[in-house]
Design a protein around this ligand. Structure first.
Ligand code: ZN
Length: 307
């Protein structure tokens, strides 16, 4: 049994900044052997009722090649049968040469207040988007509803890029477990509606919609996963944590992104500028390092669906 390693989320409180800084020193191991497949069911969800077979949510590859019997052909990447517990994915199959660059777009009330007071200029790092567009790099964006509402024009730009996929990162980046890096907690009875509302907010922009979902701070337990069951989603954690929140230099971000990256990897980055100020400087080096390793960024649905 592997030990779950805490990972670094993007959070807004000072206490969390300190906690995140401490976590940056923690080496990030590969968390699952390739033979274990790429769907990880967390400890809290294991048991007789836990699903025993992974699903392969992907609309761009023939479903017959990988989907287990009983899984309906997905029309949207990440879609799973509503009513079943959401699968949790760390990475795709370790074959081929594709990796996923994923960018989280957090927006808490505290962050919004920082913007409104003028203390912070931007939580939308346009230099990242410029670079991805210029270099024609595919990427997947996990959007909070409040970030979308703060940045409708940027969201339109993301949705308008055929190389970008859009995914769900909750409405207001609240914690879905009791102890999640100091983030304010959402009530259990509000979880399902929060995530559903975010899908609605993002859906209005069109583009490459998905049913991929990422918890704030990657914090989830049995109750949080149960709350998602009606929504038919795939939970995507990731296997490469860049540690870009509150980074003081681009170098550790590059190192963390490239150490341990393998075919099928899902790299976690942030597009939140003021809270992840080095990501745009790190990104060219990350792209160069991936190319040196023969790895190629691809939309998340392609990375998870390969094999
Ligand atoms: Zn986040």
């Amino acid at each position: 049994m592997h030990v779950k390693i805490p990972r670094v989320p993007l959070v807004a409180t000072l206490a969390a900044v300190v906690a995140a800084a401490a976590l940056l020193a923690v080496p990030i191991p590969l968390r699952a052997p390739a033979s274990a497949g790429f769907i990880r069911i967390p400890e809290a969800a294991r048991g007789p009722a836990a699903p025993t077979a992974p699903t392969t949510p992907n609309a761009t590859t023939p479903p017959a090649s990988a989907a287990p019997e009983g899984t309906p052909a997905a029309t949207v990447p990440g879609a799973t049968p509503p009513g079943t517990r959401a699968p949790v994915v760390d990475h795709g199959p370790r074959t081929g040469n594709k990796v996923a660059l994923t960018f989280d777009a957090d927006m808490t009330d505290a962050m919004r207040n920082q913007l409104r007071s003028g203390a912070v200029r931007s939580y939308a790092n346009l230099k990242i988007i410029d670079l991805l567009e210029r270099e024609r790099v595919p990427a997947t964006f996990f959007l909070t509803g409040k970030w979308v509402e703060q940045y409708p024009d940027v969201t339109r730009r993301l949705a308008g890029n055929p190389r970008f996929e859009l995914a769900n990162h909750t409405y207001g980046h609240l914690a879905f477990t009791p102890d999640c890096y100091g983030l304010p907690r959402i009530a259990e009875r509000e979880m399902t509606a929060d995530v559903a509302r975010t899908f609605d907010v993002v859906a209005a922009y069109g583009g490459r919609q998905t049913r991929y979902f990422r918890f704030p701070g990657l914090c989830h337990d049995r109750k949080a996963l149960a709350a998602l069951a009606p929504l038919g989603v795939t939970v995507v954690d990731g296997d490469v944590v860049s540690g870009d929140p509150f980074a003081k230099s681009w170098r550790p971000v590059v190192r963390a992104s490239l150490d341990g990256v393998r075919p099928g990897s899902v790299i976690i980055l942030h597009v939140t500028e003021a809270n992840a100020p080095m990501t745009d400087e790190a990104l060219p080096h990350i792209l160069a390092g991936l190319a040196e390793r023969g790895l190629e960024p691809a939309p998340l649905s392609e990375v998870l669906g390969l094999g």
